[in-house]
Every structure is written in C-alpha cells, then in structure tokens.
Design a protein around this ligand. Sequence first.
Ligand code: ZN
Length: 244
Amino acid sequence: MRRSRTHAAHAVRRSPRSWPLMDAALVFFAGMVVMAAIVAIFPVDAPIGTTRSPAVASPEDDVEVDVKPSLKEAPPAVAPPPRDASGSGLVAAISADPVEELRRRDLTLPVHGIKRDDLRDGFNEMRGSGRRHEAIDVLAPRHTPVVAVEDGTVARLFLSDVGGITVYQFDSTEHYVYYYAHLENYAPGLTEGDHVKRGEVIGHVGTTGNAPRDTPHLHFAIFKMTGEKKWWQGTPIDPHAVLR
Ligand SMILES: [Zn+2]
C-alpha cells in the first residue's frame, strides 16, 4: 500500500515537471517515427544487405588477400610474356604438322653407324592381331649403341612382353615421347628422370621382347602426347617421315 501511495505521489509530483519532458518525448517519438520510416524502407534492402554483407565481405577479403599475392606475382608477371610467347610458339609449332616440326629439329639417328638411306618405312605394316606397327625397325648388330635422338628426359624404363627392355624418353618440351624397344640392355646407370643429351647412349641393340632372336634391331617409335606427360598415351608419328 505504501508503495502505491508513493508511486502516486511521484506521479503527481512529476506531472508538472513532465511538460518539458513531453517536448523531449515528442522529439524522441518524432525521431522514432523517422527511424520507423527508415526501417520501413530498409527491410527491402535489409535481406539483400545481409546477403550482400557476407558476400561483399568475402570478396573484399579476397581482394585484400589477392592484392598482396598479385603484388608478389607482379614481378614474375613480367616474365610470363616471354613464356607465353615461347608457349604460343610451341603451340603454333605443334599445332602445325608434327612431322614437319620434328623434321626441323634434325633428330639424331637412334642407332650408331646407320645412314638415313638405310631406314626403311615400316610404319603402316600390319603386325599380329590386326595391329599396325606404327614404328620403324632399324636393323643393326647386337650391342650396337642406341642413342637419344635429341635432348630430353628419361620418362620411363619399362620391361614389356612385346617391347622387351624399353626406354620412353620425353623431348625437352615434353610434348613428344621417343620409344626405344628390344634393347639388349640399358646404358650403365641410366635412371628414370635422367636428362639425356642428343646422341647420348641410352642402351644397346638387342632382341628382347618379341623380336626374332636372329634379327637384332631397334624398334623406334614417336608419339605426340595427348595428355600431360602421359608417356603411355599419344598419337603415333611416323619416325621414317621424320628421320629420312
Ligand atoms: Zn618394330
């Protein structure tokens, strides 16, 4: 009861003083109306704003993050033009006739002591089970050195039933694969990943795989890789057309 009286007393006491407060309250409510109007307008944007704000925030973050890398990449960005130029040059060269591209490289013959006139075209000869040869066979005495036809990398040293002891070599652009098969053996110490120079001995002529035992020869093939560095995938290119 005392509390209610005291409240009433307070109310009575405040009422005369509340007139200036009423002005302030009106101003306050006017402000509230304006705020309400703003809120009434903003709800339309609000969802967009809220969806935007995270979306915008992250790109801004990305931009800020990207700025530094781009600045870091800026110096190398000077380098790409020549890279692009050389790359486009390669693409242009390779998109052209691969035979012509490889002929321009004037590849070293893959077997010591042979002459270009000795090469015989066997690319389209048919082998067992309707398989096209897609290579040339270079006859030579057993143990004759087999050499890399140009600079490149030893992609794979592979032993297969058909090819016997073989070498897959990438060219320096890693767009082409050179395949040397029926080797008697590898050059001592030859390892996958080795860089080999044009003319460097990589093995010796033999009869491993399905080569006739009395006909030592190098089975040599060229592939234009269809994938990236996939030594086992490629389009066969006639070595005779390239080497003759
Ligand atoms: Zn062959």
